[in-house]
Write a protein that binds this ligand. Structure first.
Ligand SMILES: [Fe+2]
Length: 225
């Protein structure tokens, strides 16, 4: 059985401009595909449930702000700078990494070396991509990331509750604020695309593909070597 969570995202996708519509469609499809592959928590052992939280934390805690900063450094338009700056301000001011750490601790799912190793190959791939500082492509990847995170929160919270956790600040905040963040990133993207000569092509989705591989590793882990 798979978790179906299609309904809220489509509703958030209505108010955007036409230039980014095909990109939003692509991202929405990638998110739906990821959700279709989520394992049913009932069929996971407690250890496997904890491992998903731990791998998620291993990736998000130290990289989200770093990648959003790369987006800030990469974009050219005033509008995109303002939108991404406000996103970063919220992350830093409200200490989102600390919020996530508390969530992982309460779920007894603090990342270990094993969790870091499990995500390391695909994490490296995303870092290499981000290092190219390609504005529109990073913004597209981050819009995909925010959209995924927002919809992943009920699943993540369910896993944590199964470990006896009642700490929900991280999932509460990200289940709500990332809806707006995703839309704002599409506005930032619109501003960036307006400065570009070439129309959107498949190359714009390179970061989405790399991040998708990383998110699959968070959810499913990797074979032990
Ligand atoms: Fe956050």
């Amino acid at each position: 059985m798979t978790i179906e969570a299609r309904q809220p995202y489509a509703a958030t996708m209505t108010s955007t401009l036409s230039r980014t519509a095909p990109i939003q469609e692509h991202i929405d499809g990638a998110i739906q595909e990821l959700f279709a592959s989520l394992p049913n928590p009932d069929r996971l052992s407690a250890e496997e449930q904890c491992a998903i939280i731990a791998r998620y934390t291993a990736v998000l805690e130290g990289n989200f702000i770093y990648w959003m900063t790369a987006a800030y450094l990469s974009v050219a338009s005033t509008e995109a700078h303002a939108i991404i700056r406000s996103n970063l301000l919220e992350e830093v001011r409200d200490n989102h990494p600390g919020m996530l750490r508390r969530f992982a601790v309460a779920a007894r799912s603090i990342p270990t070396d094993r969790d870091a190793l499990a995500v390391s190959r695909h994490l490296h791939g995303v870092r290499e991509f981000v290092g190219h500082l390609s504005g529109a492509r990073i913004v597209i990847m981050m819009a995909f990331f925010e959209g995924f995170i927002q919809r992943f929160m009920p699943y993540l919270e369910d896993l944590a509750k199964r470990q006896g956790s009642s700490e929900t600040q991280y999932t509460d905040v990200h289940g709500v604020c990332d809806i707006a963040h995703t839309q704002e990133l599409f506005h930032a993207l619109e501003a960036e695309l307006a400065l570009m000569d070439t129309p959107p092509t498949a190359a714009l989705f390179e970061g989405v593909g790399l991040l998708r591989a990383l998110l699959l590793t968070i959810v499913h882990g990797v074979e032990e070597r």
